[in-house]
Design a protein around this ligand. Structure first.
Ligand SMILES: Cc1cc2nc3c(=O)[nH]c(=O)nc-3n(C[C@H](O)[C@H](O)[C@H](O)COP(=O)(O)O)c2cc1C
Length: 364
């Protein structure tokens, strides 16, 4: 009999052994090194005699089991290797492992929630606030809120990614208002023995609010250019670095030109321990990335309501950005870089680079 391994097939050693899985097979399997070797050699059609004895018969039994599960399929001589299904052919094993190992996790039944909370309390709860220390100077921002009179419908319809800006300075009040609504708590919630949690404009898994903000100021009225951490509780800026180098940030963000005319940049940072303290499965990393999408949308919509525009990029040099911000290696990391300013727009408020369809949409 001629067999071949299903494609794609992912074989991963981990702390407890070797796991095999495939997007085309509903189960994943723990295997020993011999089976791993068998599957690897079946990446091209492998001939297995149908009547075997001794060690060869246990190999035949393994082949039959793998056929029944779907990790092996019957092959034809000279059959071209089938293409792997999208998107895993493109994204490969790293994405696949994360995807499938974080799916279908067991969530706690209601009767175990009490035990879960008690277990949580055995570990020190990380602060929801990065204490700067009393000696750190803080540049307090205005607490007046710039009125946002644009209708919600207009905000929804006008929000666009803006990549070019007029180069005019942004007013301090608009800047402060954007930080407030995007990153500061608007209310607080009493969570009993789990402490007081922040409630911000964006929803977040378990009210963990692990997203903090750093700000690179280039041209904001009354704020010295430089890099700051936003102190969401005191609504102020903590100086990190007096340099504000547009060219440096361009280099860290694939030279897309956002920094040429942007007035300031917001770098969202995950303080991951706030999340991992409560959610201890790998799936929590998904929550963290989902959370920052919420935050970025609040930034983008608030910017629109304030007459500003925002560009967003996930294309940045992680290590260099984290180092520039002076983050705690490993436990804090940048998740997005956003650039804001007064956008250059067409008469209808759309970005100058908007290309409207000149021909009908081919829906095929
Ligand atoms: C996760 C993410 C990453 C993005 N990265 C980039 C980027 O690197 N460069 C860019 O020009 N736009 C980037 N964008 C903006 C998208 O291109 C933009 O949202 C999309 O074209 C739709 O346009 P709109 O935001 O005006 O609706 C990104 C958006 C998101 C949500």
């Amino acid at each position: 009999m001629l067999v071949r391994a299903v494609n794609p097939l992912f074989i991963q050693p981990d702390a407890t052994g070797i796991q095999v899985s495939s997007p085309l097979v509903p189960t994943r399997l723990r295997i020993g090194p011999e089976i791993a070797e068998l599957l690897i050699s079946a990446r091209t059609p492998l001939s297995v005699p149908e009547a075997e004895c001794g060690a060869a018969s246990s190999r035949l039994a393994a082949v039959e089991q793998l056929l029944a599960l779907g990790f092996l399929v019957k092959a034809e001589e000279d059959e071209p290797a089938p293409a792997a299904p999208s998107p895993w052919d493109a994204w490969g094993p790293v994405a696949w492992w994360f995807h499938q190992r974080t799916r279908n996790v067991a969530f706690l039944p209601a009767e175990q929630v009490g035990d879960f909370r008690s277990e949580l309390l055995t570990r020190p709860r990380p602060s929801g606030y990065a204490h700067p220390g009393p000696e750190t100077p803080v540049l307090l921002l205005p607490r007046v809120r710039r009125p946002m009179t644009m209708s919600f419908q207009d905000v929804l319809e006008q929000r666009r990614t803006h990549r070019t800006f007029t180069g005019q300075p942004v007013s301090l009040d608009a800047f402060a208002t954007l930080l407030h609504y995007s990153f500061a708590p608007l209310r607080f919630s009493d969570c009993g023995d789990l402490g007081v949690t922040q409630l911000r404009a964006a929803a977040t898994g378990g009210a963990r609010h692990e997203t903090d903000a750093y700000v690179a100021v280039f041209d904001v009225r009354d704020v010295s250019p430089g890099l700051y951490r936003y102190d969401a509780i005191r609504h102020g800026l903590l100086p990190v670095d007096a340099r504000a180098d547009r060219e440096f940030w361009e280099g860290l963000t694939s030279r897309q030109g956002f920094f040429t005319t942007g007035s300031f940049a917001l770098i969202t940072v995950a303080v991951a321990e706030r999340m991992s303290w409560k959610y201890r499965q790998a799936r929590a990393y998904r929550f963290l990335l989902q959370d920052v999408g919420h935050v970025a949308q609040v930034v983008s919509m608030t910017a629109t309501a304030l007459g500003l525009g925002a560009a967003i990029t996930g294309a940045f040099q992680d290590d260099l950005v984290d180092q520039a911000l002076g983050l705690d290696p490993g436990s804090e990391f940048a998740t997005f870089v956003m650039v804001c300013g007064i956008p250059r727009t067409r008469d209808d408020g759309m970005p100058l680079d908007s290309d409207f369809p000149s021909k009908p949409w081919d829906l095929s």
